[in-house]
Design a protein around this ligand. Structure first.
Ligand code: IVH
Length: 706
């Protein structure tokens, strides 16, 4: 372990001291301590994904260090956490030779191929057929490969793969990736210079979020996480690289010499051991994702199990890599010019396919954005049948010269929504037609408009039926009023029947009539009533967000909800009221003002309130006073099993008040589990983890009361 339990306890203590007060110690000492603290917390956060302090606390310590360094510039060293991001722009990347070539991997696709590989290995090392070879199996990460050189324990160079012999030097960019340590204690093992190989990646959910934001901002969307990560490493401005949320997994020691220049790679003994060694030095490496397999039979089982769970894995992987575990045997096997003979990639099923574009439909969103949707021949892609794919906006179509009747290359990367990579003009037969973006709204025929800096065409008729329907769907959705069981199909049905035309109508539905509908019945009608009645009590930030005001997102809704006692106060709000709130921009301000100046909207809101929807600020809306002395400050908590003295919601609220964050699953991130009666699998899992504090309901209450 990079840090022993005692180390961790000591640094945590030291963290608290520095958070509380400024010491009177010499700047040089304080700087040293702060660096030690920050490097530790970066490791907890970026390598283990298990932070011990809040972002706020980390930032305040970081700022302290920055200030001290600014006052005492002679204390700055390149390895300081503050020195990760450089201010200089790169004009062009230098071409640099790798210490040893970065080879490719041969591919395999099934058990037969792997058995054949095993047979070859045995031949190469003159071993009998019956004997077993040990293999280390790891994910084949799908990002941009990188080679890191550490000399005298310091990161001195990072390079991309390039052509395998030479790569581009991207040290300034690698330095901003916080899972890449700027220092590593290699000298302890007698290593002078090492070259490590790894992959720069972006987590799939971060990629999705980033693309959604780009689409909102009218920027081009990225094709897939791989290009985003690989391209990220080649950006000119390290500050921009820092904003991309990149991470690096290290999976290989490629080269190692001691201070006499002697090759000491074999000192690491095994692939499995070398990765664990890197983990101990603070690198992010495959942990539970790798396995030491006793023989090729185990390898086959392991890679097949990963093929089934790859979609759920947070990063893109396109296969697994099978490596002879013993470094001495690896040496015996050798390499071709193209790939090592001791390793092979096992590739998962393709996630790209080609399909014919049959038609384009245009969908109108809740604030009028018109999105073109490609209707393609139903096509199998990584186990799912796909027949529609969003094409985002007009520029996406023209930029890729996509035509009706074209064959298009489609891709589905992990959980990422399917995407058209490109059209395939070589396969055209002349019958293809250019796609003409409509000039009028497909729903209400209003002439569409496009703002100068925006990529989208918009229907600006607020009473456009398609928009009204989308707004109703949004209103009941999980993020907004969260009306349980009230899905899109219900909204569409009630809308067609003319029962709901605006948000207020939802709260005066006739449940008798609903129970008569085909497919409904008294039970489902009364279930719906219960869910709607429950939603009436929602905090007002949900009400605000449910209104579909353009650019007025969840975060802004929460910020405004903190500032008002009643929803309709916003009728009297002027620009000044909004500008006083940090993080509320001028666009949101104008849109909210316009909304609350429109008498039609006010009428609907008044109806909602009259029908029982809560418009008064609730506890949940009020700003949380952050109390660092709170008993569960900074801890994550999970309730499981039946509680005797309170409801689940109530317990969660108590925990929140005591500084905890409620999470929904048992993972390495969980700190506390409160186990009620008949607690089942979650309790088992948490106990097995060994790191979770397990409390009974009474113990929990006692702690709260204390
Ligand atoms: S080992 C000499 N291990 O796959 C050893 N490569 O097709 C060769 N890759 O360029 C590499 N995950 O970018 C290795 N666990 C892993 C890997 C991995 C991804 C990439 C790497 C390499 C390419 C080879």
């Amino acid at each position: 372990m990079r840090y022993t339990k005692e180390d961790q306890r000591d640094i945590t203590k030291l963290t608290k001291t520095h958070l509380k007060e400024d010491t009177s110690a010499k700047p040089a000492e304080v700087v040293d301590e702060l660096r030690k603290i920050l490097v530790f917390h970066e490791w907890r956060y970026y390598v283990l994904n298990d932070p011990l302090v809040s972002d706020f606390e980390y930032d305040s310590l970081y700022k302290k260090l920055e200030k001290l360094e600014a006052d005492n510039p002679e204390l700055i060293t390149p390895e300081s956490p503050t020195q990760r991001v450089s201010n200089d722009l790169t004009t062009s990347f230098n071409n640099v030779p790798h210490l040893i070539p970065m080879l490719s991997l041969a591919n395999s696709y099934n058990a037969e191929d792997l058995n054949e590989f095993d047979t070859q290995i045995k031949k190469l090392i003159n071993q009998k057929e019956e004997g077993d070879i040990e293999y280390c199996v790891e994910p084949k990460f799908d990002g941009g490969s990188i080679a890191l050189i550490y000399t005298d324990d310091k990161l001195v160079r990072a390079a991309t793969r390039g052509n395998g012999t030479n790569g581009e030097e991207v040290t300034v960019n690698a330095r901003v990736i916080k899972s890449i340590p700027l220092t590593g204690n290699f000298s302890k093992k007698g290593l002078k210079t090492v070259e490590l190989r790894g992959e720069v990646l972006i987590r799939k959910d971060i990629f999705d979020k980033m693309n959604k934001q780009r689409e909102k901002d009218g920027q081009d969307v990225f094709a897939n996480p791989r290009n985003t990560a690989a391209g990220g490493m080649r950006m000119k401005d390290p500050k921009e690289v820092a904003g991309r949320g990149l991470e690096a997994f290290i999976y290989q020691v490629g080269y190692a010499i001691d201070d006499k220049g002697k090759d000491v790679l074999a000192k690491m003994d095994t692939q499995f051991g070398s990765i664990n060694y890197l983990s101990d030095l603070g690198f992010k490496v495959p942990t539970i994702e790798k396995k030491l397999c006793k023989n090729i039979g185990e390898v086959v089982k392991f890679v097949e199990s990963w093929s089934a769970k790859r979609e759920k894995y947070p990063y893109e992987i396109d296969g697994m890599v099978v490596k002879v575990n013993d470094f001495n045997l690896q040496k015996k096997c050798g390499a071709t010019n193209h790939h090592p003979r001791w390793a092979i990639a096992y590739k998962f099923k393709a996630k790209q396919a080609t399909a014919k574009l049959l038609a384009v439909e245009y969908q109108v969103g809740k604030v009028g954005a018109v999105t073109p949707v490609a209707k393609i021949e139903p096509t199998q892609l990584a186990g799912v049948t796909i027949s529609s794919i969003s094409m985002h906006n007009e520029d996406f179509i023209t930029g890729k010269d996509i035509r009706l009747g074209d064959s298009v290359l489609i891709e589905r990367a992990g959980d990422v929504i399917p995407y058209i990579v490109k059209s395939l003009p070589n396969l055209r037969d002349g019958s293809e037609q250019k796609i003409k973006f409509p000039t009028n709204c497909p729903s209400c025929q209003t002439v569409l408009t496009r703002q100068e800096k925006e990529a989208v065409w918009r229907c600006e008729n607020p009473s456009c039926e398609a928009q009204v329907l989308q707004r109703l769907i949004h209103h009941v959705s999980k993020d907004a009023m969260d009306i349980d069981g009230f899905g899109k199909s219900y909204v569409e049905r009630f809308f067609e029947l003319g029962w709901v035309q605006n948000n207020a109508d939802i709260y005066k539905l006739n449940y008798d009539a609903i129970s008569q509908l085909e497919g409904f019945g008294e039970r489902s009608a009364s279930k719906l009533k219960k869910a709607i009645d429950a939603a009436k009590k929602n905090p007002i930030h949900r009400v605000l967000y449910s209104l579909s005001i353009h650019h007025f997102g969840r975060k802004a809704s929460k910020l405004i909800a903190q500032e008002i006692k009643h929803v309709l106060e916003l009728k009297d709000w002027t620009e000044e009221n909004f500008t006083e709130i940090k993080d509320i921009g001028p666009v949101v301000t104008q849109n909210v003002i316009a909304y609350f100046q429109d008498p039609k909207n006010i009428q609907i809101l008044e109806n909602m309130e009259a029908l029982g929807v809560n418009f008064n600020q609730t506890d949940e809306d009020r700003p949380l006073e952050i109390d660092e002395d709170a008993i569960f400050f900074g801890k994550t908590i999970l309730f499981t099993g039946k509680l005797q003295k309170m409801g689940r919601k109530e317990a969660q609220q108590l925990a929140t008040n005591a500084g905890a964050k409620n999470i929904s699953a048992v993972s390495a991130n969980l700190n506390i589990l409160v186990a009620g009666e008949k607690a089942g699998s979650k309790l088992k899992k948490a106990t097995a983890l060994g790191t979770v504090q397990i409390l009974t309901e009474d113990e929990f209450l006692k702690l709260i009361e204390s």
